[in-house]
Write a protein that binds this ligand. Structure first.
Ligand code: DQA
Length: 142
């Protein structure tokens, strides 16, 4: 059994009411419990968390390194500019652990500022554009 940290960045706690035409109608609590159940069905334990704080996300990545846990992360808007988060993500993959970057939408089909990810270069892989199923595909990848 793998223990997987599923980390969500800023504004993802507003799923359900935030731009449902882009992010769907499922709220964050429903998503979290679906992912826990999905992981369990595949023999894994998922610890699903959300924060609006860059510092808290970085701390969770350090925790993954120290606890040797795989990470699925939707860095939300931090994807596009947080070099601090990229450095922390790099610690995870350099430690030989998986870090999968996920997005609900396909950022490449959206505004130009979303086309750049500073995380992708240090991630094991990227899954984007499949709605909340992006997370389930990532759990399968782990
Ligand atoms: C997102 C895409 C980002 O551009 C955006 O800032 C988000 C969500 C996604 O899941 O599609 O907050 O990461």
């Amino acid at each position: 059994m793998a223990s997987i940290l599923v980390l969500n960045g800023p504004n993802l706690g507003r799923l359900g009411s935030r731009e449902p035409e882009i992010y769907g109608s499922m709220n964050y609590e429903q998503l979290a419990s679906e992912l826990v159940a999905f992981a369990e069905k595949h023999g894994h334990e998922a610890d699903v968390r959300q924060t609006d704080s860059e510092s808290e996300l970085i701390g969770w990545l350090h925790e993954a390194v120290d606890g040797r846990k795989s990470v699925i992360i939707n860095p939300a808007a931090f994807t596009h500019y947080s070099y601090a988060l990229a450095d922390a993500a790099s610690l995870v993959t350099k430690a030989g652990l998986k870090l999968i970057e996920v997005h609900i939408s396909n950022p490449h089909a959206r505004e130009e500022f979303r086309h750049k990810s500073v995380i992708s270069a240090v991630a094991t892989g990227v899954i984007a554009g499949f709605g909340t199923d992006s997370y389930k595909l990532a759990i399968q990848a782990v």
